[in-house]
Ligand binder design. Structure first.
Ligand code: ADP
Ligand code: MG
Length: 254
């Protein structure tokens, strides 16, 4: 579904070059959840923003279903972006506080289906809400009327609305209460399965990534230092950095 080849994204600031993403190669198959883990500042968000075509890569290639995204025109990039959707850490910041759930989701649905209107649109909004475990009767409410976990469900519904092929979730549970985190992780897992989606799940927390991911890639200073199935990485970590992340998880002793 997604192939990243030797991707580099450098920033130039104050006469310095910051190699935020420095030669990353990754593959994600359809239906798979790839967990991307690494400490703050290692380049996870820059990698996801580069894949989303929000920042141009310095070098390297990104393929979605074998289509090379580097040679696209701006219009093609806009169309292609419907196939990629993001879920962010802070749903309150990413949702417009002046828009009801209905308007937020209607707008997102119309990006793929501009002709949706009237009853059909309301029905589609209701269906989306049900998919993420929200009652459709709340569609006229505003983000501040929901809890943090419910707001993240709205943000997930908005990401699903344009029927994306790939979802990048960047620290989607890091701002939530621990008691809510597993509900959102289970929701994401079930959505990926039921809708045959593909997901890159980003977190600084290896235990969260292990809970949800099929495969794990460990990132340090712009590079992938270790990758494998979730169990391989947890049980047979090769790289010292991965071992450091493992030792930071309280209940793992080895
Ligand atoms: N727009 C930018 N301009 C300059 N440097 C940036 C920019 N965005 C990120 N960086 C730098 O790139 C590095 C990686 O940042 P980021 O991708 O946000 O890491 P993470 O998401 O893993 O915390 C950091 O050193 C950060 O300061
Ligand atoms: Mg980040």
């Amino acid at each position: 579904m997604l192939r990243i080849e030797n991707l580099c994204t450098y920033f130039h600031a104050k006469g310095q070059t910051i190699k935020a993403v420095d030669g990353v190669s990754l593959e994600v198959s359809r239906g798979e959840i790839l967990g991307l883990v690494g400490e703050s500042g290692c380049g996870k968000s820059t990698l996801s923003r580069t894949v989303m075509q929000l920042i141009p890569p310095t070098s390297g290639k990104i393929f979605l279903e074998d289509r090379d995204l580097s040679g696209l025109t701006p219009k093609e990039v806009r169309d292609e972006r419907l196939n990629f959707q993001m879920v962010f850490q802070d749903p309150y910041a990413s949702l417009n506080p002046r828009m009801t759930v209905f308007s937020t989701l209607a707008e997102a649905l119309k990006r793929r289906h501009p002709n949706f209107a009237g009853d059909e649109l309301s029905i589609k909004v209701g269906e989306l809400m049900e998919k993420v475990g929200l009652a459709p009767r709340f569609m006229k409410k505003y983000p501040h009327e929901f809890s943090g976990g419910q707001r993240q469900r709205i943000a997930i519904a908005r990401a699903l609305a344009p029927e994306p092929k790939l979802i990048i979730a960047d620290e989607p549970v890091s701002a939530l209460d621990v008691s809510i985190q597993s509900q959102i992780l289970n929701l994401l897992t079930n959505l990926v399965k039921d809708l045959n989606l593909t997901m890159i799940f980003i977190s600084h927390d290896l235990s969260v990534v292990h809970y949800i991911a099929d495969k794990i890639a460990v990132m340090q200073r712009g590079k992938i230092v270790e990758k494998g199935t979730a169990d391989e990485v947890m049980e047979q970590a090769q790289h010292d950095y991965t071992k450091t992340l493992l030792s930071a998880i309280p209940h793992v002793t080895r």
